[in-house]
Design a protein. Structure first.
Length: 311
């Protein structure tokens, strides 16, 4: 158990003046001589009346604990199915047919994405492909088997050739705009520069900011030390990710690409776990109720059973 306001526990010192004030109220009667009263033992009502201040002190301490906000964090508070909604946006332009390791960029990317989908649990995943225009192939869904078949069959040439990064991002955002998931993200992969006449990447990034959707961008490049030969607009991809709260990644090998998707998955999972831990079981009402019961008990006893007779 922890306290929301642990500093409030310092108020426990108020129990001291409360106890002193309660004792001062218990004044006796003036008599000429107390010699004859020495041998008289006080009855149970008198002894009980003397103990009444204890109830008030205990009530004060309970109220202090209630103010401090006792609570228990529940790290397992994530509700299945309400974690992350992910839209995968994949560039399938003709340049994705270039060699990448022992296969092509598109073949390697397909397998990496399929493995990424298989690694998720309770996350709805949608799938978008783009060339000059974009095409939504699967809305966010938990049917990973159906999504796997769709991804496995994707080939270049479904659309007019080109690289429409803006429209690829906009179509993925459109998938997620009605989502109420705790986290909404787009993972956009491309190996080229934006060259389509459709919506610009900057406009799409602004839309992502307005919707509160993070965008992770991935640039697939050749293993070359010369930036001019890499084929991607790194500055643009970095800017999109930065403006939306995501990150930019670069992959120059199949293993590097697999590592990128694994890291993105870990980032989002840890983000949701931190958010879910903010759910607590609060105990303050119980302590406050106990304090109220003790105060009422003191008032009731002092006014009835343990009431002092008038002088």
């Amino acid at each position: 158990m922890e306290f929301a306001l642990p500093a409030a526990l310092a108020l426990a010192v108020l129990a001291v003046p409360v106890a002193l004030l309660a004792r001062r109220r218990q004044r006796g009667y003036a008599v000429p001589s107390g010699v004859a009263l020495v041998s008289i033992r006080p009855g149970w009502r008198i002894r009980a009346a003397r103990a009444l201040p204890v109830l008030r002190v205990a009530a004060t301490l309970l109220l202090v604990v209630a103010i401090a906000g006792p609570r228990r964090g529940d790290a397992r508070a994530v509700v299945p199915g309400e974690g992350i909604d992910i839209a995968l946006s994949l560039d399938i332009s003709s340049s994705m047919g270039q060699r990448f390791g022992d296969s092509t960029r598109l073949d390697v990317t397909r397998e990496v994405i399929r493995e990424f989908v298989r690694s998720r649990t309770n996350d709805r995943i949608g799938f978008v492909v783009f060339q000059e225009e974009a095409l939504a192939l699967s809305p966010p869904s938990l049917d990973y088997a159906a999504l796997d078949r769709i991804i496995a069959d994707v080939e270049s040439g479904l659309l007019r050739d080109g690289t429409g990064i803006g429209v690829g991002l906009a179509e993925a955002l459109n998938m997620l705009q009605g989502s109420t998931a705790a986290s909404r993200v787009v993972i956009l992969l491309t190996d080229g520069e934006h060259n389509a006449r459709s919506i610009s990447p900057e406009e799409a990034a602004q839309l992502a900011v307005a919707l509160g959707i993070r965008v992770y961008t991935i640039g697939v490049v050749s293993d070359s030390a010369f930036a001019s030969r890499r084929g991607i607009d790194e500055a643009l991809l970095r800017e999109i990710a930065s403006r939306t709260g995501g990150r930019y990644f670069e992959a120059d090998s199949p293993q590097a690409l697999a590592d990128v998707y694994e890291e993105i998955g870990s980032l989002e999972t840890s983000r949701i776990n931190r958010e879910s831990f903010e759910q607590f079981t609060e105990f303050a009402p119980w302590f406050a109720a106990a304090a109220a019961v003790l105060l009422l008990a003191e008032l009731a006893l002092r006014g009835t059973l343990l009431r002092r007779s008038p002088a």
